[in-house]
Design a protein around this ligand. Structure first.
Ligand code: M6R
Length: 364
């Protein structure tokens, strides 16, 4: 049942801290502050490329994973949505690894890619919530999230659980490839293990998120901006808003603003910024100042340091707990999803069963 919550989505949003915590419990050694994944059938030092494929929110988790694998493990990464990857006829390297991400393990396009990359000789690693699924059975390695059942069509806790697994996998690859030392591994793992309590703290900011939701709920179009590893979180925010509130939203890497989308901006098109002070902040800030100068209403997710600098630029600021830049995308996903939920409440839509959508897309 919904345990007294109004919707499954609300309940599942509140389960973020537990989903992250339980997932990490399986794949870390908390005492040693090291990563302890199940054994992999290849040596990450010999892998020439990882090919990441998924759909929807799971794809955005994969985009974050690409930043981690590239920057921490110096691992070349290819990524695409499953419906495109399936038909691209892209060349696959010898000894390559295919990384599939899916909550359900039943998404038709992702499964299609799994099968074709397996034929191409790639090792198949899947990040799944439902481990006893078709994808689970057909994978060489399953890295399980421990998010528990996700009922709401909009994915919530599975997303942060996916990110937790991908973060751990990136640390593991980095260790095997010799691109981080033990002290760095301990520091990165500690910042992951700190996340459940930081995630719980996000819920003390709900009133500020509601203030933001009142601005968004009046809009017909909304622009989400992020930079670097927070760009996929902007995509996630825009998808969630479209999915459950039926408000049109688009996400961009903030640096792309002046290559087109800035022409959309006026008072009626709010700009939601994912802007922790630790990630290319000054660059995002200058993009937001440009948007504000064109009459845009700026709504920002940031931390205490960022909030100081956004004063006078942003109309509503949600100040989140301080976290290491490494885990910021995981933490910032939570308030971004809560925002979509609060807007949907204001709109009175069917939050758990949005029109035209199914929980798991098992046909192409
Ligand atoms: O079960 P999967 O993770 O493979 O599903 C992928 C997408 O269909 C899913 O994330 C979808 O985009 C969600 N409804 C987004 O909230």
């Amino acid at each position: 049942g919904k345990d007294g919550y109004r919707h499954y989505m609300e309940k599942e949003l509140h389960e973020h801290p537990v989903a992250i915590g339980q997932t990490l419990q399986r794949i870390t050694d908390p005492a040693a502050k090291t990563i302890a994944l199940p054994e992999l059938p290849f040596n990450p030092a010999d892998v020439p490329r990882v090919t990441i494929t998924a759909c929807g929110s799971a794809f955005y988790a994969g985009m974050v994973g690409r930043y981690w694998l590239e920057s921490l493990a110096r691992m070349p990464v290819e990524i695409d949505v499953a419906s495109e990857m399936r038909y691209r006829e892209a060349p696959q390297p010898n000894k390559g690894v295919a990384l599939l991400i899916s909550q359900s393990g039943e998404t038709a396009d992702t499964l299609g890619v799994l099968r074709s990359l397996k034929k191409e000789g790639q090792s198949i690693v899947s990040v799944l919530n439902v481990e006893h699924s078709t994808m689970g059975r057909e994978s060489d390695v399953v890295l399980g999230m421990v998010a528990g059942p996700e009922i709401s069509v909009a994915s919530t806790k599975a997303f942060t659980a996916q990110l937790s697994v991908l973060a751990a996998l990136s640390i593991e690859f980095a260790r095997a490839r010799g691109t981080i030392d033990q002290a760095q591994e301990e520091k990165l793992t500690a910042s992951l293990l700190d996340l459940p309590s930081k995630a719980a703290e996000v819920f003390t900011r709900v009133e500020d998120i509601q203030a933001m939701a009142r601005v968004v709920a009046e809009a017909r179009d909304v622009l989400y901006l992020g930079r670097g590893i927070c760009t996929p979180i902007a995509y996630e925010g825009a998808l969630k808003l479209k999915e459950i509130s039926y408000i049109h939203a688009e996400a961009y890497a903030a640096g792309e603003l002046k290559h087109g989308p800035i022409s959309l901006i006026d008072r009626t098109v709010p700009v939601v910024a994912i802007a922790p002070s630790t990630i290319l902040f000054e660059k995002t800030l200058s993009n937001l100042q440009e948007a504000k100068a064109r009459g845009g209403r700026i709504l920002a997710f940031t931390d205490a340091e960022g909030a100081k600098k956004l004063k006078g630029v942003a109309e509503v600021i949600v100040t989140l707990p301080d976290v290491d830049a490494f885990v910021a995308p995981i933490l910032y996903a939570i308030p971004v999803q809560i925002l979509a939920y609060e807007v949907a409440l204001l709109k009175g839509t069917d939050v758990d069963q949005p029109r035209n959508l199914a929980k798991s897309v098992t046909v192409e």
